[in-house]
Design a protein around this ligand. Structure first.
Ligand SMILES: [Zn+2]
Length: 196
């Protein structure tokens, strides 16, 4: 499974300082009874935001009598369970809201982010899923988003910042599981490119 590496760094800081070496896990996020034996378990590779270079993600292993679970510590700027960053995902949906999925997808096809598929359908699906997540997030943070339409555009405006998803990930840390997996904010199974 993946859990968040609680750091505020940018990708550049993370990669150039090899911050995966400093990632630590004090408590097992899977079991709460304190019976876990946690150990470092190497790293795995993940594509950088440019979709070409690679960086590394720290991994831990929880050993228990009934079996083992590996846990990776994903830096906050990365989307969970999918390639790319949260910001990229957010910007794509914001563009679809502004231009319509058809026009926005056309734009992405001419400069594809992270080698992902760029069909109208693909973008419409992303937008729908993110809007579902935003609806839950809005309820959780109702003081901030009271009366706000459930779109990236409107919620960014309410927040006064263009990194809405990063904000939600930080604010809702601890209740992210309830937000469901398609939102890229949440924990789930890692998709390693290779192991070392
Ligand atoms: Zn455990």
């Amino acid at each position: 499974m993946q859990t968040s590496f609680q750091n505020d760094c940018s990708y550049e800081e993370y990669h150039s300082n090899k911050l995966w070496r400093q990632a630590s896990l004090k408590k097992c996020p899977v079991h709460s009874d304190g019976q876990c034996r946690l150990e470092r378990h190497g790293t795995y590779e993940r594509y950088a935001p440019d979709g070409q270079n690679k960086t590394r993600i720290a991994r831990f292993i929880c050993r228990r009598d009934e079996g083992t679970v590996t846990i990776s510590l994903l830096p906050q700027f990365f989307a969970a369970q999918h390639p790319g960053t949260l910001q990229e995902f957010e910007d794509q949906v914001a563009a679809a809201e502004k231009l319509g999925a058809g026009k926005a997808a056309e734009q992405f096809r001419s400069s594809p982010p992270n080698g992902q598929r760029q069909s109208d359908w693909w973008l419409r699906r992303r937008m729908k899923r993110l809007h579902r997540t935003l609806a839950v997030a809005k309820e959780r943070l109702i003081e901030m988003f009271q009366g706000c339409e459930v779109t990236v555009t409107a919620m960014r405006r309410a927040l006064g910042k263009n990194d809405l998803l990063l904000y939600l990930r930080r604010q809702l840390h601890g209740s992210l599981k309830e937000l469901g997996s398609p939102d890229r904010l949440c924990c789930g199974r890692p998709r390693p490119i290779s192991s070392e």
